[in-house]
Design a protein around this ligand. Structure first.
Ligand SMILES: NC(=O)C1=CN([C@@H]2O[C@H](COP(=O)(O)OP(=O)(O)OC[C@H]3O[C@@H](n4cnc5c(N)ncnc54)[C@H](O)[C@@H]3O)[C@@H](O)[C@H]2O)C=CC1
Ligand SMILES: O=C(O)C1=N[C@H](C(=O)O)C[C@H](O)C1
Length: 237
């Protein structure tokens, strides 16, 4: 598979290493605002860039007929617009706030636990995320996904907010500590006990592997997919 990398920073470089180890070829690396890059050799594009650039780069690929895997966080106000353009161009798209297979298992645990805890009013919920100090957005895309999954299960909750003091909103606490690849904790606290689930990434390898596996899944498809589709396909046997 021939891959265009949109964003060649920490993630782009890790994806390059994993993709090459799986027999793929990197045919383009884009790491600045130049928009007239040549996508003709690419079977698929993988976007791990910056919030301000993601939407533009993704739509350039759709218009060139190149499927896109995007992991960039902090641009999702434009997600619906992106999926509309993808459909109009008969292209293919997967976005995930976190491509790690472990985090996608963690998402399932989170949904299940949220369903079990709803109605237990003595517990208050909070989410903590810890990332490296170079991260541009807060809270993390993964923490937002976790919050949205909980809200979907618990209709009493009215949303999420950074460090919220409103009991109807999930407080998300974002911490920045040098070199931390990504840690997420969901906790339910009462006067009697605390229940916590936690995912700790030990490196960026898991995110990058998941993105390459998603690109392998997407390369000959059209339509909008998610990591649930990728995992279902991976584990179908
Ligand atoms: N979904 C997931 O599994 C994961 C998502 N991320 C997200 O991926 C994104 C990238 O993360 P990192 O690689 O750590 O950041 P980084 O800062 O190391 O890399 C970003 C790269 O994008 C480049 N860039 C800037 N303007 C650009 C443009 N107009 N077009 C293309 N590239 C441009 C920068 O030069 C830089 O090389 C962030 O939004 C981060 O939150 C990170 C890890 C996992
Ligand atoms: O910026 C990062 O590094 C990460 N970003 C993603 C997010 O915002 O959730 C995923 C991962 O936690 C690493």
């Amino acid at each position: 598979m021939k891959i265009a990398l949109l964003g060649y920073g920490r993630m782009g470089k890790t994806i390059e290493e994993i993709a090459e180890n799986r027999g793929h070829e990197i045919v383009l690396k884009v790491s600045d605002g130049i928009e007239n890059y040549d996508l003709t050799k690419a079977d698929v594009a993988i976007d791990f860039s910056v919030p301000d650039a993601a939407f533009k780069n993704i739509t350039i690929c759709f218009k060139a007929g190149v499927p896109v895997v995007s992991g960039t966080t902090g641009w999702l106000d434009d997600y619906e617009k992106a999926t509309k353009i993808c459909s109009e161009e008969n292209s293919a798209f997967i976005y995930a706030s976190n491509f790690s297979l472990g985090v996608n298992v963690f998402f399932e645990l989170n949904r299940k636990l949220a369903g079990m805890m709803q109605g237990l009013e003595d517990y208050s919920i909070e989410i903590e995320e810890i990332h490296h100090t170079k991260k541009l957005d807060a809270p993390s895309g993964t923490a937002i996904s976790l919050a949205e999954q909980i809200i979907h299960e618990n209709k009493q909750l009215k949303g999420w907010q950074l460090d919220s003091a409103d009991e109807n909103k999930i407080p998300i606490h974002a911490k920045r500590i040098k070199d931390v690849p990504g840690t997420h904790v969901v906790s339910y606290d009462s006067n009697i006990d605390t229940i916590e689930i936690k995912h700790t990434a030990k490196s960026r390898q898991g995110f990058a592997l998941g993105a390459v596996v998603a690109a392998e899944y997407l390369q000959d498809k059209t339509g909008i997919y998610s990591m649930k589709d990728v995992l279902a396909d991976l584990f179908k046997n």
